[in-house]
Every structure is written in structure tokens, then in C-alpha cells.
Design a protein around this ligand. Structure first.
Ligand code: XUL
Ligand code: MN
Length: 342
């Protein structure tokens, strides 16, 4: 049993298409995913706005809210909660050049409309977290946007969200390699600075995804710790990544068990979850995986967290203190490797 509550998004059980090849698995309905999520031990679901309300661009606000209420009923049916809603500001023709930071005023207005509708949807799903993964907020051509103007536009968009609803929290998910040229918010440090510049910094925090930290050449546990220091780690996306490659979303701990251990250790040591924070698993099945076992990457990731929690519980703090007092970090490192291998 874990101390954490786990979540995943409908996109984490996907058809397997990648940049170089077509779908390899059948499409699963959202209800079937909810049912299976519950069975494998998840407590909640993460949503993009249009995961909850497909075709929302062509709907009135009242129609959007009615559809969100149907999804809420489905969550209730399976005993699941919603963890967050994220406006999907990267698929639409209006967001080709970015959403909040687009050079087009009309496109920026569209991005704001989606962000406010995400808040409407979140309220009906019973959650206060809005996640911003800023997939296209940056440049493909460095000179195409003023970075200062872009970052100011991002801050004022967040301010409008904070003003729209007094309870909503905005969590920025940093990622260094999207847009694929230059990102305006690549790391947790950038997120903390943007948070501090908003009208209500207490309501603007971060989501740290393990792979995104690795892609920035940073340590995921330290990135988590950085946000925890300011009380601003609103969620995590645990996964793994094999070096500086195309975004992989591998199962948690599948590449680097010591790094995975340190992520779980920093979460446990700092009582992550005590204020309702959940552990998101942003993992994707390998393209080779067949339909009949297409939730295995989620099951494996939960199991890895649980096994590492057991290692954290076994961790000999007295031995750690002795090593630190003697400045014998070789002994401490040897102990960690032994703990993980046994
Ligand atoms: C992209 C990513 C997204 C966000 C949610 O790399 O991690 O899945 O987590 O939009
Ligand atoms: Mn993610």
C-alpha cells in the first residue's frame, strides 16, 4: 500500500501513434479507462479540457458545463476524483504560433477563452487545479517573439485566470524542449519566478515531470525540492527518460532507480500529499505493447513507487547521520546502492 494517491490522464492509455508511425492499438472509451483506472489502484484522473468536453470549440458555455457534468457523474460512478484540467493549447489552428504568447491578438484571445473554459470545467468536475503545459509558449524562430513581452503576456494571462475564480490554483508544468526551439518556461526555477510576479503567488505553483527535468539536464528530485521549498509543488508527473532524446514518458524508475528513489524520498521526507497533492503518472506504453496488457506501464509505475516507499521506510537515518558527521559520503553512497540492490 502506498501513502500516495495516484492519478493518470486518458492520454496515458493511448493508441501508440508516434511522430514516425501510425496507431497500433485500439481506441478505448473514456468510461472503460475510468473503470480500469479504478481497478489498478488510481484515485483520480487528470484532464485536458477537451478530454472532458470534446468539440468544446463549437459549444456554448452552457453546453460545455452540461457535458462536464456528465463526466463528473462518470467519475462518481467509479469512485474517482478529478485532479486537474489543462487547456490543450497546442492542437488547434488558433495556437500554431502559441496561445498566451502568440503574435496574433485573436489567437491570444482564443487561448484565454480555453483557459477560462478549463476553469468552468474544473469547477464542475470538483477540482481547483488548472495545469498549464506551455507546449507552444516560446519560439520556433528565436527572433519571432520578444521574450520579455512573451513572459509578460504569460503572467497577465495567469492573472486573468486568478481573477476569474478566487479558488482556482494555476500549476505550470515546466518543459525545456517544447516548443522544440526555445521555451519561455523550461524549469521549475522559471515557474517560481513567474509565480512570484503574479497577483497571487500563493495560488501559482508547479508540476514537475521527471522526464522534463532530465531533458533540461537537471535532477528531478532537486527540481521537486526547489518547488517544495516554496510550498509550491502542486503535482508531479512521475516517469523516466533515457537521456536527451525525443520525449519518452517511460515507466517510472525504468531507466534510473537511484534517481527514482531520490524522487520518492524527497516527496516522503517533505510530507508531499498532506495538503491533498496527488502523484500523477505521465507514462506511456511502448508502441510494441498489445491491447490485452495496455495498462501495464501504469501498474509497473505504481509498483515502483510502492517498492521505493518501502526502501525509504528502511532507510537508516542514524547511519546517514554518522556518515555526514564523518563526511564519509563514499560510505553513504555505498549504503544507498546496497539498499537499492537488496
Ligand atoms: C507533455 C506533457 C503533457 C502534460 C499535460 O510533455 O507532459 O502530457 O502533462 O498536458
Ligand atoms: Mn506531463
Amino acid at each position: 500500500m502506498s501513502r500516495f494517491k495516484f492519478t493518470a490522464g486518458p492520454w496515458n492509455v493511448h493508441e501508440g501513434a508516434d511522430a514516425f508511425g501510425p496507431e497500433v492499438r485500439k481506441t478505448i472509451s473514456i468510461e472503460e479507462k475510468f473503470k480500469k483506472f479504478k481497478e489498478i489502484g488510481l484515485s483520480g484522473v487528470q484532464f485536458h479540457d477537451d478530454d472532458a468536453v470534446p468539440d468544446m470549440n463549437n459549444m456554448s458555455i452552457e453546453e460545455i458545463k452540461a457535458e462536464a457534468a456528465n463526466v463528473k457523474a462518470l467519475l462518481d460512478k467509479y469512485g474517482l476524483v478529478a485532479e486537474f484540467v489543462a487547456p490543450r493549447l497546442w492542437m488547434d489552428s488558433h495556437t500554431t504560433d502559441g496561445g498566451f504568447t502568440s503574435n496574433s491578438a485573436e489567437d491570444r484571445e482564443f487561448a484565454m477563452w480555453r483557459a477560462l473554459r478549463s476553469i468552468d470545467i474544473a469547477k464542475i468536475l470538483g477540482c481547483d487545479n488548472i495545469v498549464l503545459w506551455l507546449a507552444r509558449e516560446g519560439t520556433l524562430c528565436a527572433e519571432s517573439k520578444s521574450p520579455v513581452e512573451g513572459i509578460n503576456r504569460l503572467i497577465s494571462a495567469i492573472n486573468k485566470m486568478l481573477e476569474y475564480d478566487k479558488d482556482i490554483k494555476v500549476l505550470i508544468e515546466s518543459k525545456p524542449n517544447e516548443p522544440i526551439d526555445r521555451s519561455f518556461c523550461p524549469t521549475i526555477g522559471h515557474v517560481m519566478a513567474v509565480s512570484a510576479a503574479t497577483i497571487d503567488p500563493k495560488r501559482v505553483g508547479a508540476v514537475l515531470e521527471s522526464a522534463h527535468a532530465i531533458l533540461a539536464g537537471l535532477d528531478p528530485a532537486i527540481e521537486m525540492a526547489f518547488a517544495l521549498t516554496f510550498g509550491k509543488l502542486g503535482s508531479v508527473h512521475l516517469n523516466d527518460q533515457n537521456g536527451l532524446r525525443y520525449d519518452q514518458d517511460k515507466s517510472f524508475g525504468s531507466e534510473n532507480i537511484r534517481s527514482a528513489f531520490n524522487q520518492i524520498k524527497v516527496l516522503c521526507d517533505n510530507n508531499y500529499g498532506a495538503n491533498g497533492e496527488m502523484v500523477g503518472l505521465d507514462v506511456k506504453a511502448m508502441r510494441t505493447q498489445k491491447d490485452d496488457d495496455c495498462y501495464r506501464h501504469l501498474i509497473n509505475s505504481i509498483k515502483m513507487v510502492e517498492m521505493l516507499e518501502a526502501k525509504v521506510a528502511k532507510f537508516d537515518k542514524a547511519f546517514e547521520a554518522k556518515c555526514i558527521a564523518e563526511r564519509n559520503y563514499e560510505a553513504l553512497e555505498g549504503y544507498i546502492l546496497e539498499l537499492l540492490m537488496n
